[in-house]
Design a protein. Structure first.
Lengths: 318, 403
């Protein structure tokens, strides 16, 4: 009897030990997963700072101020120089992001409104599936679509305008590809925001004599403002970070700020991919510096938009 | 007044209608573009063939003279068979639209099974089905060229008793290597990401106390979703590539570093999806298990985890879809060299990177790219559909209605 109790107790202690061990292993997994954001930032910082503080194998230090403001990107291997600059890339990246949001934001929000409020149930369900399918298509296929169809259309369009386009590779093509990629993101998040608008606000508007369309545009959309703004922030995040799809239609521009939408361009991400197949030394390390710039651009854009979102204010939906 | 309002309403409404049909239009045009362009190359050869085609110039080895090689195989009207040499040829067209001569059948005793690479005397070669014959040169008389067609080539061959050299190229344009790479990447990534991701989700949902630290962990994991994939690629290049080089026999970017990078990308998706399915498991299950004397570990792994199976399955499917579609991160972490002989310690391309590598080459190969795109689209869209079905069933199982 005594020994039986003893066995039970050791078993219990053993179980407790196991419980704790498992708990700490799982906790380790959770901490590992969450620490990766620091690992990513740290690793890229360390690599990306190298070009500014070392001699770069005889090419000399890259000047940080010139790097951030200049408007020429020289390929180091062929020009054998340290003259890399991303100033013009930052501007063209933001320009492209702005233009593509100019297309995808109204289209996405109106689609969301249509699905949430206007469309009959069957049609809404179909369109929702269409949006989900579009959201799941990998970006490389959007790029392929851009290279196969949009480039041709843009080329013909610029021929009509009398502009000799480089095979259609242009700001316009990049903007169109990015716009159709962000429509599903904006539409699906805005739809959730629109559907969560309190019914009583809507009823109040209708009771005051406003028509259904007026209610949708003036009451529902303004009430869902905060959620719609969030969708735009996520959309612009996707635009700024997109790489492979844009690299197939941008054309690759090495110098000069360009605002002619029919001419070639480059973004921070396409420049990181450019010539990636065969490169070493400074030309390789500088990509990490561009990565830091990209992360900072995304962070600043996010902070600014979030600030605006708070400033614009919030209609209390609940 | 009322009339102008109605007009305004009508305009606004029609704008809404038009805007929402843009998405439908875009989806249809993408599908049409991909299928119309890529369909003609879609067949089994594509999946089994190598990508690189190699050209050889060969002559006959230990040749004793032509014989009589009868066959009871049926050939169609455009295939020409030489009983003297035991080989059947047919006319075809390559991707550029040029006429080419393809081998459609080689008799098992045919002298074409016994060839020798000219110049490199040690390499034995043999002709196989779907190889492309460029020319056959003879000592007496002009060469038979592929441009003159298969019929001419067979007729010339039948008049000769031997030939000086044969130039041919093996069949290329297949994507076997990239398919194998993609499968390796899926397997390796799931092997790494699923245990860690599901473990982290179990901790957050079952063990973690509700305090600031847990909240911080959740927020940090959520932040990962906002990081663009090209940044993950840089991280893989700077961190995982050196690690794998020092631990394995790899010398550069490799599939293991790619799988590690993909695992980090997928971590937030797997954790969130698993956690959502853990949340719908009713607390009664946990209480019942504990009341029956099960300890925490038993309850978690034998009661809660099996109930969350469909959530983990959803996470797996989402992960597979993401791995197949990922391109920017893999360009950095696995490289862009299209390989036929895949090793996990070497560079290679997944299907998406294969498209990117071909599209950034000069000239871009849109036909083959769209064919690969068909494969990717079919897999990704069917994954999406099954996820929808699974989550519907999961919700029904626990009596949670949609919305």
């Amino acid at each position: 009897m005594q020994s039986k109790i003893h066995i039970k107790q050791t078993q219990k202690r053993h179980n407790q030990w196991l419980d704790n061990a498992i708990k700490y292993i799982l906790m380790g997994f959770a901490i590992l997963s969450s620490s990766f954001i620091f690992i990513i930032a740290g690793v890229i910082m360390v690599k990306g700072v190298t070009p500014f503080i070392t001699n770069n194998g005889g090419l000399g230090r890259v000047n940080l101020a010139d790097f951030l403001t200049g408007s020429t990107w020289l390929i180091g291997e062929s020009f054998n120089s340290n003259l890399y600059a991303v100033g013009f890339l930052i501007i063209s990246t933001l320009f492209i992001a702005f233009l593509s949001l100019l297309i995808s934001f109204p289209v996405g929000v109106l689609t969301a409104l249509f699905i949430a409020k206007i469309a009959p149930k069957k049609l809404a369900e179909t369109l929702r599936t269409v949006i989900e399918m579009l959201a799941s298509i990998p970006s490389i296929i959007y790029g392929l679509f851009g290279a196969g169809i949009i480039l041709k259309l843009v080329y013909d369009f610029s021929t009509i305008l009398g502009f000799q386009s480089k095979g259609g590779n242009s700001i316009l093509s990049s903007v169109l590809v990015l716009a159709i990629m962000t429509i599903p993101t904006i539409a699906s998040i805005s739809e959730v925001a629109i559907r969560s608008v309190d019914k009583s606000i809507e009823h109040g508007s209708l009771a005051l004599g406003a028509s259904k369309t007026q209610t949708h545009f003036k009451v529902v959309l303004t009430s869902a403002k905060s959620g719609i703004f969030t969708s735009a922030i996520l959309g612009i995040g996707r635009v700024l970070g997109e790489a492979t799809a844009v690299s197939l239609v941008a054309g690759g521009r090495r110098s000069g700020i360009n605002f002619n939408i029919l001419d070639t361009t480059s973004t921070l991400t396409t420049m990181m991919l450019e010539g990636m197949k065969e490169t070493t030394g400074l030309d390789y390390d500088i990509r990490f510096s561009v990565g830091i710039v990209l992360m900072i651009v995304i962070l600043i854009t996010n902070f600014t938009l979030n600030y605006i979102k708070r400033k614009v204010g919030n209609v209390d939906v609940k | 007044m009322l009339n102008s309002r109605r007009k305004k309403d009508l305009i606004l409404q029609s704008i809404t209608y038009m805007a929402s049909f843009i998405s439908l239009f875009v989806l249809i045009s993408i599908l049409l573009f991909v299928f119309l362009n890529g369909f003609k190359l879609l067949n089994m050869d594509l999946i089994t063939h190598n990508f690189e085609s190699t050209s050889y110039i060969a002559d006959l080895k230990d040749f004793t003279g032509p014989g009589v090689f009868n066959t009871n195989k049926d050939f169609d009207d455009h295939t020409y068979y030489s009983t003297k040499w035991g080989i059947a040829l047919s006319d075809s067209e390559n991707l550029m639209g040029h006429t080419i001569v393809l081998v459609t059948y080689v008799h098992e005793d045919s002298p074409f099974n016994d060839l020798r690479n000219k110049g490199v005397a040690t390499q034995d070669l043999m002709l196989d089905v779907d190889y492309e014959i460029v020319r056959i040169a003879f000592d007496d008389g002009p060469s038979a060229l592929s441009i003159q067609g298969a019929q001419n080539m067979i007729q010339v061959l039948d008049t000769k008793t031997t030939f000086r050299e044969l130039e041919y190229s093996t069949s290329g344009g297949g994507i076997r290597g990239s398919i194998i790479t993609t499968l390796y990447l899926i397997g390796l990534t799931l092997l790494i990401a699923l245990p860690v991701g599901v473990g982290a989700a179990l901790y957050l949902n079952e063990y973690a106390p509700k305090n600031k630290f847990t909240k911080a962990l959740r927020n940090l994991i959520e932040t990962l979703t906002g990081v663009p994939s090209i940044i993950y690629g840089l991280m893989g290049l700077a961190l995982f590539v050196p690690i794998t080089i020092s631990l394995t026999k790899a010398t550069g970017a490799n599939l293991i570093s790619g799988a590690l990078t993909l695992s980090v990308i997928l971590m937030p998706v797997i954790i969130r999806t698993t956690e959502e399915s853990l949340k719908v498991v009713p607390d009664d299950y946990r209480h019942a298990s504990l009341a029956l004397g099960g300890n925490k570990t038993q309850t978690t792994f034998k009661i809660v985890l099996p109930s969350a199976f469909s959530g983990i399955l959803t996470a797996t499917l989402l992960a597979i879809g993401r791995i197949i579609g990922e391109s920017a991160a893999l360009v950095f972490a696995v490289g862009t060299a299209i390989k036929d002989h895949v090793s996990i310690y070497d560079k290679s391309t997944s299907l998406s990177v294969h498209i990117w590598a071909m599209m950034t080459d000069e000239p871009a190969n849109i036909e083959l790219s769209t064919t690969i795109a068909i494969i990717i689209l079919v897999i990704v869209l069917s994954m999406n559909l099954s996820i929808k079905l699974i989550s519907k069933r999961l919700l029904r199982k626990y009596g949670v209605t949609h919305e």
